[in-house]
Design a binder for this molecule. Sequence first.
Ligand code: HEC
Ligand code: HEC
Length: 285
Amino acid sequence: MRHTLVRTSSLVVAFLVCAGLSLRGEGPPPQSRPATAPADAGPATQGAVLFRQECVFCHGVSAKGGMRGPDLTTGAWSHGGSDEELTATISGGVPGTAMPANNLPPVEIAQIIAYLRTVQQPPTPSRGDVARGETLFFGGGRCGACHIVQGRGGRVGPELTRVGSARSRGYLIESIREPGKFLTEHDGTGEAGARRYDTVVAVTNAGQTITGVAMNEDTFTVQIMDTADRIHSLVKRDLKSFRHEERSMMPAYGAAQVNDAALDDLVAYLQTLRTPTPTKKGGPQ
Ligand code: HEC
Ligand code: HEC
């Protein structure tokens, strides 16, 4: 997410500033800002340092989730939450995903797990009803018109087949109540930072207005997916106008459309949509 990146880079800046100051002898003495935790620090403190070095890039500051890796603080784990299962995931990675295998020694993995335990929220007992949530998703809520879950649904919004692995409860609620607060990234082509599910509006010379999400875009052409799942391949030069709008195609679902009980049902359903563990039997390679 963009806000995570911003925070990361301001941390980096803060770090560089401190490093610069101490180089010039004006800052605090170097030993007060250790690059690694002191040897007598607790395992969780050591683990926090390791996490910042090895994992923050994908899992974000405080393990709250980044653009490449899921939130690790939700207390719900796709690949198991016991110490043993977490050790297997961290050392073996998750084959077929961006989660890499690691050569970290067992003691360091144990420190990282100790750190993850300190940021993990107690698993919230699901208040909603999964079956009612699913019915609402594909029925009255019309979520399925724009989102694919396990091969079923529309394509103008991001696929949600694994959304429960990647996103916290708070994020899911915000996505429904205030879509577009943070526009989801997509993996089509386009300028870095522009691969987001924002809304684009193109007007052709014939006067037709096409509104949708730009799945692929370069300087000269754009492919727009509309809410009827049609792809429009357009040459920008041939358009009367073309613009990106900083908003989501997803309507905001306020309490009038989805009351709090229905919201709980939807979130309970979304939280069941998780990555299966591919190598349960074989263990980490
Ligand atoms: C290059 C990006 C990347 C890096 C670096 C990375 N991860 Fe991951 N991690 C991922 C992705 C993506 C997933 C989700 C895999 C999936 O779809 O199940 C994941 C999943 C996980 C899971 C499983 C979560 C669950 O719900 O079961 C754990 C635990 C984890 N990572 C810990 C770590 C730790 C600890 C580090 C640092 C040593 C790390 N990761 C480094 C991308 C990364
Ligand atoms: C008209 C199409 C449309 C409808 C209807 C719709 N969505 Fe979305 N949804 C989108 C688009 C586009 C995005 C990506 C932009 C954004 O972040 O808001 C999105 C984003 C999301 C996300 C964030 C996914 C992520 O990984 O970041 C969730 C969760 C979500 N929608 C759930 C729902 C639910 C639940 C409903 C029904 C109550 C629903 N959507 C209805 C189009 C739609």
